[in-house]
Design a protein around this ligand. Structure first.
Ligand code: SF4
Ligand code: SF4
Length: 80
């Protein structure tokens, strides 16, 4: 499942360089390509963009999710 960026995004750009899949595109708000985002599975234990975002603008698709929820989802995915 891919993550998405909400309207809370302030376009600071901190997330873009941390994405191992180059899934994030600049904009207002920034955009995560759901075809490319793997929630960082295979690269990191946690979604790197979520860790980087200062305003918690990144959540699960279709709803905003808090960081522990996203991290738990990432761990479940990583455990396979
Ligand atoms: S969760 Fe990982 S792969 Fe998906 S957009 Fe964020 S940094 Fe990129
Ligand atoms: S780190 Fe957060 S606020 Fe900054 S560009 Fe990425 S999603 Fe937007």
């Amino acid at each position: 499942m891919a993550l998405m960026i909400t309207d809370e995004c302030i376009s600071c750009g901190l997330c873009i360089d941390d994405c191992p899949n180059e899934a994030i595109t600049e904009g207002e708000p920034f955009f995560i390509n759901p075809e490319l985002c793997t929630e960082c599975v295979g690269f990191f234990d946690d979604p790197q963009c979520v860790n980087a975002c200062p305003v918690e603008a990144i959540g699960a698709c279709g709803k905003s999710a808090n960081r522990p929820t996203i991290r738990a989802a990432g761990r479940r995915a990583a455990a396979g």
